[in-house]
Design a protein around this ligand. Structure first.
Ligand SMILES: *[C@@H]1O[C@H](CO)[C@@H](O)[C@H](O)[C@H]1NC(C)=O
Ligand SMILES: *[C@@H]1O[C@H](CO)[C@@H](O)[C@H](O)[C@H]1NC(C)=O
Ligand SMILES: *[C@@H]1O[C@H](CO)[C@@H](O)[C@H](O)[C@H]1NC(C)=O
Ligand SMILES: *[C@@H]1O[C@H](CO)[C@@H](O)[C@H](O)[C@H]1NC(C)=O
Ligand SMILES: *[C@@H]1O[C@H](CO)[C@@H](O)[C@H](O)[C@H]1NC(C)=O
Ligand SMILES: *[C@@H]1O[C@H](CO)[C@@H](O)[C@H](O)[C@H]1NC(C)=O
Ligand SMILES: *[C@@H]1O[C@H](CO)[C@@H](O)[C@H](O)[C@H]1NC(C)=O
Length: 826
């Protein structure tokens, strides 16, 4: 040991080694003088006096015992060196550690919690601690050197804050290799709402890591993939008030081989943070990585709203959609002014909502001015941002598991760089191009155009023609009828909701709120400020429904009141937005039950019979009892909703037509309805009547009994649809085979048979053969003999081919239940 120590002494004369075998601990009665050292139990670290570089001053420090370096990893009296070798480390009468030169105290610990029987120990981690004798719980240490880092981070050390005590652990560089007093560089955690680490030069930001996104720091994504060490960022919360953060810190640990020596420190001469590994072979510290890595890591090198891409020349480019604030300076490579939006934001104008553009693979901007809520989702986040004019961007705060939490940025977005890939998408606020609706429209068009480019030029042409036609039509619609509508709606006694109420209730029509897709647009679930749940039907401007249909629907439904019809609560009309607000049905639509083998069991036969009756009564009301005679024209399982007691309510009157008094039949060149439910005369000739609704009811009845869709084949019989199959079984006197296995146990055979019989009467080919709804209800409710059904109107195969649907341009979904809204020229 003596020989080894002697060698070190030769190599590094500044480290004065101990000339006696050292212990790791120091008790109250002991002291360390210059020339003596403490050595950790396994001999990894040593504590003693040293002089750095060319300096002759004496400092108390800790260093790796085996590393011949004059750099101590920790220095006690950085700011107060000792001129000679008279320094002494000992315990004071108060139990604090003191470094004294003669009688003056050069440095001391200052802890509140008095140790009863204090000992100081240098641990094998490099941590020098004061604790009660026998106490090994780090939480109860009176003092530890890890809480007061110098310029070096060792494995297991924490960099960050203890918010209970207000203790900040940060690294501060030396002034020079000869002077360990605090230099200009520091590396620490800034306590923003969305915190991140900064390397500072004085008070200037020089580099930031980016905030922690759950997996890594936004600005150092590929550091996760390294074989040597792993790192973590920890936020611990108060046990009682979970929202109170008590500790936030970064630390790293060696993965496999704890005998590797690895340190992270600030290099004051090269102004960077470097990770170094000790090479036993070369007997020196080798650089493992340095930060900042490149030019693009330098803080705000490209200014606001600009993107640094290290592979580009020049590296700075405005974000897509932005332009240089000062084009001249920009082109002369002075990027400090950054970029601006080409058009100012339109935040203040109610009708022109800003929108957000998604950017992928960015190091997210400086988080100094941010707001964080870890408990809300991306859609709520978007709405929060939209509603605050100074919010410029938002993102998920945590990218794990598909993303969660919300962070908003206020003010200019600074210090962005581009990575080839990235998981934390940033949504940046951009001014509205047009009114809300057209914005979305435009968005879709772009996507569709890209798709069609691939598909072929002819596709583009026909698409463009279609878009032009649509846009012109909707503009014309808008101008022609706007005042007209307002006049019409004024005399309706129905609440008019404003758009903001609706967007708030539905989280700005978030996809999470979406509960379905009705005939003319999506349906959202919402919650009003008073807690009432609503269903919001947003009529899409790209659907066939113009203002005319909208007014029709509002006028009709406002007058209809029946317990088997969904109640309209109000509406909203604003520019292109046409919205209907209905009562919300907790149990959703009938199709979600009867076509689902598991949920289907929940609807036993008595419940299904009750539902069948309810639908029949609702339809009868539409056909006969209401003051107007209304043909629904799109009755189907997905248009029957169930309330909390599973009472059926018919919904979606968008295509209903009102007829005065005795008019029972009409003709239209615009067929609306859903294949599979449409009566043949209606689908083929556009002839509709109350009897076409009866046909749809018959189909629905069969579906409720069979648990299969009409268009989906019932039992793998490839040539027949459900009606055809039912008819075949009827003729074979074998209709009980139709019964859904979910209701086999609960069904009352005579009732089911009667229902099948009635349904076959309803789907007869000729409208005049079909019963009216009055008769249907009588037949369902009595035990009288029924007439024999004639052959049903088989649905022509060509209409049920998916191929035919594709010629109808305005449907993006392949959903076979989709309502067909435009089939002009028949
Ligand atoms: C330090 O070096 C000595 C001699 O090379 C060796 O025996 C000892 O194991 C080393 N200690 C550590 C902790 O690496
Ligand atoms: C150390 O040097 C400084 C400045 O030269 C002087 O003021 C101080 O008294 C000296 N202290 C000792 C212990 O010599
Ligand atoms: C420290 O003590 C020694 C011996 O007692 C004395 O010679 C020296 O001058 C003292 N230094 C200071 C700065 O008081
Ligand atoms: C990590 O990213 C930097 C900067 O983008 C790149 O230069 C480096 O090659 C990447 N390293 C790995 C291992 O992907
Ligand atoms: C750890 O590293 C030491 C020195 O580099 C090496 O001798 C040893 O085999 C390593 N152990 C493991 C488990 O990798
Ligand atoms: C700082 O960097 C220089 C140049 O690479 C190197 O010579 C010096 O040892 C480094 N200092 C520290 C403390 O790592
Ligand atoms: C927008 O957010 C900022 C920062 O949180 C806040 O100071 C301001 O009051 C907010 N403005 C509105 C209108 O909510």
């Amino acid at each position: 040991m003596e020989i080894f120590s002697f060698l070190i002494f030769i190599v590094s004369y500044m480290l004065v080694p101990s000339l006696k075998i050292s212990a790791a601990t120091l008790s109250v009665s002991q002291y360390v003088t210059d020339g003596e050292t403490l050595v950790s139990n396994s001999g990894v670290f040593e504590l003693g006096f040293f002089s750095p570089g060319k300096s002759t001053k004496r400092y108390l420090g800790i260093w790796y015992k085996n590393i011949t370096s004059d750099r101590a990893v920790w220095v006690a009296n950085r700011e107060n060196p000792i001129n000679d070798s008279s320094g002494i480390l000992t315990f004071s009468t108060t139990g604090n550690l003191e470094l004294r030169q003669n009688d003056s105290v050069v440095w001391s610990t200052n802890y509140k919690k008095q140790a009863q029987n204090p000992v100081a120990e240098l641990l094998d981690t490099g941590n020098f601690v004061v604790r009660n004798e026998g106490d090994t719980d780090p939480e109860t240490y009176s003092w530890q050197s890890f809480d007061y880092p110098s310029d070096t981070l060792l494995p297991g050390m924490k960099l960050g804050w203890d918010l209970r005590t207000g203790l900040e652990r940060k690294l501060t560089s030396w002034k020079s290799p000869d002077d360990p007093s605090a230099g200009d560089f520091s590396w620490g955690l800034m306590l923003h709402n969305y915190p991140e680490f900064y390397l500072m030069i004085g008070t200037h930001k020089y580099y930031r890591t980016g905030p922690w996104n759950g997996l890594h720091f936004s600005g150092s994504s590929n550091r996760t993939l390294n074989p040597l060490y792993e790192f973590k960022y920890v936020t611990t919360n108060d046990l009682i008030y979970a929202s109170n953060k008590v500790e936030m810190f970064y630390s790293f640990s060696l993965i496999k081989n704890s005998s590797i020596v690895m340190i992270v420190n600030i290099n004051e001469t090269m102004s960077d943070i470097r990770t170094q590994v000790w090479s036993e072979v070369r007997q020196k510290l080798l650089i493992y990585e340095t930060t900042p890595r490149d030019y693009c890591d330098v803080y705000a090198v490209c200014g606001a709203y600009a993107n640094c891409r290290i592979t580009d020349a020049p590296a700075c480019n405005c974000l897509e959609g932005f332009k240089p604030k000062s084009p001249q300076e920009w082109s002369s490579m002075d990027w400090s002014q950054g970029c601006v939006r080409p058009k100012p934001l339109s935040c203040q104008e109610i009708d022109y909502m800003d929108h957000f553009v998604k950017y992928v693979g960015l190091k997210v901007p400086d988080t100094t001015y941010t707001w964080l809520d870890e408990n809300i989702n991306l859609e709520e986040c978007r709405l929060k941002c939209l509603n605050n004019c100074s919010c410029m961007a938002f993102a998920n705060s945590d990218i794990r598991g598909g993303g969660s939490g919300c962070v908003l940025w206020f003010g200019d977005l600074i210090d962005i760089r581009q990575y080839p890939t990235g998981e934390q998408d940033l949504y940046i606020r951009m001014p509205a191009k047009e009114s809300i609706n057209q914005e979305e429209h435009g968005h879709n068009s772009v996507k569709i155009i890209i798709a069609t480019t691939i598909a072929g030029i002819s596709g583009i042409l026909s698409f463009c023609i279609f878009v032009i036609y649509r846009v012109r039509r909707s503009i014309a619609d808008n101008f022609k009828t706007k005042e007209n509508i307002e006049r019409q709606l004024k005399d309706l006694d129905l609440p008019l909701f404003d758009l903001l109420t609706i967007t708030t209730a539905t989280y700005n029509f978030s996809s999470n709120s979406k509960i379905g897709h009705g005939g003319f647009g999506p349906v959202y679930k919402g919650k009003l400020a008073d807690g009432q749940q609503i269903a919001v039907k947003r009529l899409s401007s790209s659907s066939g429904q113009g203002i005319t249909e909208f007014v029709t629907e509002v006028k009709l439904i406002a007058k209809l009141q029946h317990r088997n019809l969904v109640k309209l609560l109000g509406f909203c009309i604003k520019r292109q937005e046409k919205i209907l607000v209905y009562e919300y049905m907790v149990n959703g639509s009938l199709d979600s039950f009867i076509f689902d083998k598991i949920k289907g069991k929940f609807l036993d036969w008595p419940r299904r019979f009750h539902i069948i009756f309810g639908i029949a009564r609702g339809l009868l009301y539409l056909h006969q009892d209401s003051r107007l005679r209304i043909i629904h024209r799109d009755l189907k399982a997905s248009n029957v909703l169930l309330d909390e007691k599973l009472n059926p309510k018919i919904s979606d009157f968008g295509m209903a037509r009102a007829f005065g008094g005795d008019q029972t039949e009409g003709n239209t060149n615009r067929v609306v309805g859903t294949y599979g439910y449409m009566a043949p005369e209606y689908a083929v000739d556009g002839l509709f009547s109350i009897k076409s609704d009866v046909f749809s009811f018959g189909i629905l009845l069969l579906e409720i009994i069979c648990g299969n869709k009409n268009r989906a084949l019932c039992h793998g019989n490839q040539t027949l649809n459900l009606v055809g199959y039912a008819w075949t079984l009827w003729k074979e006197q074998n209709v009980l085979q139709l019964i859904d296995s979910s209701i086999k146990d609960s069904c009352v055979i005579p009732e089911v048979l009667r229902c099948i019989h009635v349904s076959l009467l309803c789907v007869q080919q000729y409208p005049e053969d079909r019963p009216s709804m009055t008769l249907v209800i009588q037949m369902l409710g009595s035990e009288t003999d029924l007439i024999e059904p004639k052959e049903p109107g088989f649905f022509p195969r060509r209409f049920s081919d998916e191929g035919n649907l594709s010629t109808i341009p305005n449907h993006m979904s392949s959903n076979e239940e989709l309502t067909i809204t435009a089939l002009n020229g028949r």
